[in-house]
Design a protein around this ligand. Structure first.
Ligand SMILES: [Zn+2]
Length: 97
């Protein structure tokens, strides 16, 4: 991941965070991760339940969430819905839930 200063920094986090960091719909967008720089040079994201992931779009800072239209279930990581097993949609929101 590239910082605002143009520096490339490896980013890591829990399983859900890693899922988002691999999501092609998120990669390449103006992206913010809240977390801490580790002594080994890796940026460690906060836990997913602390909502550390944002995408900037149209001047807005949006929470990264995923949505199942069928079940009206919201998750924090890409993949299939745990209920109906349909693929969830990326849903950027201006509030957490
Ligand atoms: Zn579902």
């Amino acid at each position: 991941m590239e910082t605002a200063g143009g520096k490339r920094v490896p980013v890591d986090g829990d399983t859900e965070i890693r899922g988002v960091l691999r999501d092609k719909r998120v990669i390449g967008s103006d992206f913010e991760v809240m977390g801490n720089m580790e002594p080994n040079g890796t940026f460690q994201a906060l836990a997913v339940y602390e909502n550390p992931l944002f995408v900037y779009k149209g001047g807005q800072r949006l929470y990264v969430t995923y949505w199942c239209d069928v079940c009206a279930i919201r998750t924090r990581t890409p993949g299939v819905c745990w209920c109906c097993q349909e693929e969830t949609e990326l849903d950027l929101r201006d509030r957490k839930d």
